[in-house]
Design a protein around this ligand. Sequence first.
Ligand code: BT5
Length: 340
Amino acid sequence: MTKEPPKSSRYPEGGLLHEILEVFHGRGEGAVVSGEELSGLLHISRTAVWKHIKTLKELGYEITAEPARGYRLAGTPDLFIPEEVGRDLDVIRLGTRIVGFRETGSTNEVAYRLAEEGAPEGTVVLADSQTKGKGRLGREWLSPPAVNLYCSLILRPPLPPYAAPQLTFLSAVAVARAIEENSTLLPRIKWPNDLLINERKVAGLLNEMSAETDHLNFVILGIGVNLNMAKDQIPSGLRHPATSLFAESGSLVNRTRFARSLLKSLDTLYDTYLTSGDGPIREEWLDRSRMAGEQVRVLQQERELTGRVTGIDGYGALIVRDDSGGEHVILSGDVTLVGT
Ligand code: BT5
């Protein structure tokens, strides 16, 4: 576990900053609110109002002072400030509490620690940049600031540990839906946990869990999506060629809006999962993988096989039927569509 990140890099939650922003938003776009009015509404001194306005400006809010009239909120930063991601977010469970960092080691590690300390299901950790972003098997996830999304959610599903891999379907489908809602691009899910656009990796998922023999304490869903990373920021020589939504479409994505769509999709899918099981999500996953019925090549440490994908099982394994009719349950390995 990494050390607690410096306090200054964590965005404030709630409190007076929230109340000031609520006043601005309540008045509508472009409204001017006087310092005197804010001081009266929030029961604080004019100096305290000024200090909080200064803090908002330091966070990146554009607040102009209109002579003899007051303050005007002229622009909101596209950072993962809980206030902005969570404003009127219509969710049942996931996204009910948002913790945001300008910078942290790894959002998965922060979420894991918060979960151990008892943070409720639905807590989300978001960061603008990570200094120790984690991939699977000790690999690194590149996490430069101001361009992408790095996010981890705490789930406490009433499931036995062996069912936890089903939750990877949930995040893959949610990311695919969020990409479609925020761009004109068509992502494809690549088993077991990548999302591709034009066969380049645009997102990676890292689920971690804490479990006893018979029940899950919690699961952390870690999600990294390359949103606005420019082509020259994307290194070559990665395990799999990488890309971003911006590199593919030429259009910048509003990251706050993307985070909100992602949380809404995750929340809706999790509700479906809890009420109807993993069947519907598994179907959408398979559909979005465009692998059902396709010929694939599977590379594993000790063998290589080709065959047709007949489905995925309830535990996340890929089912492949080889040319002589033998069925293989693939739990790990590298799977590519033959002919792509
Ligand atoms: C993954 O690992 O794809 C899981 C990535 C999960 C990242 C999220 S970000 C929020 C949360 N907090 C964390 O600390 N992690 C999660 P894997 O399949 O092992 O892929 C890692 C490999 O992808 C690396 O070895 C690189 O080759 C490549 N890679 C690294 N950064 C990348 C990026 N930003 N985009 C695309 N490929 C990348």
